[in-house]
Write a protein that binds this ligand. Structure first.
Ligand code: PLP
Length: 353
């Protein structure tokens, strides 16, 4: 079995995998409603929200599309600090929405001042942000950003795909209208489902937006949630796993989980600074993955191949950073011991090569 230090999917415990073998139940029956309610109740704790929470049988990209289709009526500002920020813009355009992209140099975080300034100039009713940019390892300063975004009458749509469950993101305090994430990253679950919180403001907006589509219509999600159901057939095995894993996460303790992620990140950053350079500015470096500047110009493909022989997987850089960086993810249920084992093996390989 390979050990995954790539930024999703992550390793999933055998106990969690076993949950996926539970017998199927009817998704229009009481047992399913109970299961869904349990999941939603625990998701709300992880998101610190009283908003609606919908579980979607799609990966996170589906919910990015949902957020755009339901919330953009006039014009959207897509903040891009990397590839996933650019994806928000592609989705907006592909859905025929009016949208502008605010591009920030890869490796940098977006600042509150730029956002405030850009929102003041445009006629926007939505802003999209990637909290934790998986392509660059930058964690945007969402608490500072939210203060300025609140000054504008926009729906705040946030991708927390590679941070939720590993980093504290208080949805209600931050005024996030749609906060979305997938199962296969810091939550430590298999891929296949995603979830989002949706505020009353976003739902009110959706009511007035035409062409919300069919599969991802928030109004339909809400209608079915009021019956404690999903609009279409849910991915039951994944939901069993989610239910079980959310209990496990809450038993670990949210603060403890965030501290573990912080510690994993600190170890990886210290290791990096001794041998390479951090790609992002350190104060914005992510706690769930580290993007390493290949300052020694090692052959990353060879490193990956050597690690693969030892059943360890890391990631090369994303897109245009493919040769310039490589990435080590440290999220989900990863332990400090496992991370140190990986770093020791990389050291051995670097000495040999
Ligand atoms: N957003 C971010 C920040 C991601 O890291 C990813 C995937 O890696 C996505 C969105 C897209 O997620 P998915 O491929 O699960 O749809």
């Amino acid at each position: 079995m390979d050990r995954l230090f790539v930024p999703g999917p992550v390793d999933v415990g055998q106990d969690v995998m076993k949950q996926m073998q539970r017998p199927m139940i009817y998704h229009r029956g009481k047992d399913f409603s109970q299961l869904l309610e349990n999941c939603v109740e625990n998701l709300k704790k992880i998101m610190y929200t009283k908003n609606y929470d919908f579980i979607s049988t799609s990966s996170s990209t589906g919910l990015m599309e949902a957020a755009i289709r339901n919330c953009v009526k006039k014009r959207c500002l897509n903040v891009a600090t990397g590839a996933f920020g650019e994806r928000w813009h592609q989705i907006a355009l592909a859905n025929g929405k009016e949208a502008d992209i605010l591009e920030v140099e890869w490796g940098q975080a977006v600042t509150p001042e730029i956002i405030d300034d850009t929102l003041s100039k445009g006629n926007y009713d939505c802003i999209t942000l990637v909290h934790n940019e998986t392509s660059t390892g930058v964690s945007n300063p969402i608490y500072d950003l939210s203060k300025v975004i609140k000054r504008h009458d926009v729906c705040f749509l946030v991708d927390t795909v590679s941070s939720m469950g590993g980093v504290k993101i208080e949805v209600d305090k931050l005024g996030i209208d749609v906060c979305l994430f997938g199962s296969q990253k810091a939550l430590g679950l298999p891929p296949g489902i995603s979830a989002c919180s949706v505020s009353e403001k976003a739902l009110k907006r959706a009511e007035t937006v035409k062409n919300r589509g069919y599969y991802f219509d928030f109004m339909v999600f809400k209608k079915y949630w009021l019956k404690k159901q999903t609009p279409s057939t849910p991915a039951l095995p994944q939901i069993y796993a989610l239910d079980y894993q959310l209990d496990k996460i809450l038993k670990e303790g949210l603060e403890e989980r965030y501290q573990r992620h912080k510690k994993l990140a600190e170890i990886t950053r210290a290791w990096t600074k001794d041998r390479f350079e951090l790609f992002p500015e350190e104060k914005y470096a992510s706690n769930t993955l580290t993007c390493i500047k290949n300052s020694r110009k090692i052959n990353v493909e060879h490193l990956k191949a050597d690690l693969k022989k030892r059943r360890l997987l890391i990631s090369n850089g994303y897109g245009k950073l493919r040769e310039k960086t490589f990435r080590i993810a440290h999220m989900g249920d990863r332990t400090i011991l496992e991370l140190k084992e990986l770093l020791d093996v990389i050291d051995e390989i670097l000495v040999e090569s």
